[in-house]
Design a protein around this ligand. Sequence first.
Ligand SMILES: NC(=O)C1=CN([C@@H]2O[C@H](COP(=O)(O)OP(=O)(O)OC[C@H]3O[C@@H](n4cnc5c(N)ncnc54)[C@H](OP(=O)(O)O)[C@@H]3O)[C@@H](O)[C@H]2O)C=CC1
Ligand SMILES: CC(=O)[C@@H](O)[C@H](O)COP(=O)(O)O
Ligand SMILES: [Mn+2]
Length: 387
Amino acid sequence: MNKKGIAILGSTGSIGTQALEVIRANSSSFSVEVLTARSNAELLIRQAIEFRPKEVVITTQSLYNQVAGALRNLPIKIYAGDEALGDVVQSGSVDMVLTAMVGYSGLLPTIKAIGAGKDIALANKETLVVAGELVTSLARENGVHIFPVDSEHSAIFQCLAGEADNRIEKIILTASGGPFRGKDRAFLAGVTRQQALRHPNWSMGAKITIDSATLMNKGLEVIEAKWLFDLEPSRIDVIVHPQSIIHSMVQFGDGSIKAQMGLPDMKLPIQYALGYPKRLQSDFPRFDFSNYPSLTFEKPDLETFRNLVLAYEALEKGGNAACVVNAANEIAVEAFLQEKIGFLEISDVIIDSVAKIKFIKKPSFQDYVETDQETRRFATNMIQVRI
Ligand SMILES: NC(=O)C1=CN([C@@H]2O[C@H](COP(=O)(O)OP(=O)(O)OC[C@H]3O[C@@H](n4cnc5c(N)ncnc54)[C@H](OP(=O)(O)O)[C@@H]3O)[C@@H](O)[C@H]2O)C=CC1
Ligand SMILES: CC(=O)[C@@H](O)[C@H](O)COP(=O)(O)O
Ligand SMILES: [Mn+2]
């Protein structure tokens, strides 16, 4: 049997390392062709020695010598810098690119991979948030499939199997509510980085963990769902489900609701995307109903967690609005992680950026690049003035 050749962008992160666990357990189905990282040279070297990719990229130029030196006796090509990401995804042996980088930086390599006809396993939700219209139309033109890795979107994708001719009435994205569910603004004003990084159910990278705490993660996921499943915003609901057992739901025209369930473990959606259409066997721990006597649901508190509203507004507005929200959020989350601003100020930075940055109704790729840069400059400045 031919193995599927996988390129992993961001192999040293939370999704990247779990993807390698999946591949290690299914080595007769997959080969690792490309590994990339930004700063964690030591882990990248260990991964390359174990999985023997054809190409490796370390985007931090100053780490090139360390990586190249450690791998010098192996038949692996080593590159440095951001531009190399756009080249390696196009390699002949790559069948599928797993986009497990964080933030806006995932956009350009994803576009290059789609241009080269490579299927995408998409974890990097920011790609669709920033330029969903452009990326999905490019995928259609190139006959490329985008398989969702994000747990909610994987759940919806799994619920849609066999339903191609049936109308979706709405989808219901579940949200854990994050570590501050039930708290008010007075409490949130004083929360620390450490508190915000303590997600109740998932162990993830720092940026998405803060997004979960502000509910921006759910906002980004609403936008991601719009582009993956071609739905108007009014057909995308969010419900808080603190146990994170139901990963999302689809309601059809006859009123029937399908849900996908399981313990919170990203290896399952990663494996489903890599192995699609096959469900590969796994020994992931199984969900036991008797351990969960109650699965509960509540409405999100939109007065306290304003970021979810900001994301819906950007989706309604269209154009480059979500690109502005994303860039401002990335800058604000990084500033919060560096303890330069408070938790509630994350929303303030986004609101002021949306008000300031020029709206473009039909943005080109270059417009997205410029919008991202201008927003980052504005948001960074705004934070500097405050401190
Ligand atoms: N973690 C999760 O469970 C989930 C994550 N996602 C999404 O998946 C993506 C990855 O998240 P996660 O794995 O948590 O993130 P991590 O921060 O854990 O990992 C990010 C990875 O990308 C690399 N990286 C970071 N910045 C850059 C950059 N500017 N250029 C090149 N490479 C870079 C990092 O390299 P290094 O470490 O070497 O610096 C690392 O390999 C995000 O978009 C997130 O929203 C979606 C659903 C669940
Ligand atoms: C695992 C995953 O897909 C994350 O996006 C997760 O959903 C975050 O949890 P929240 O529901 O708290 O945003
Ligand atoms: Mn998710």
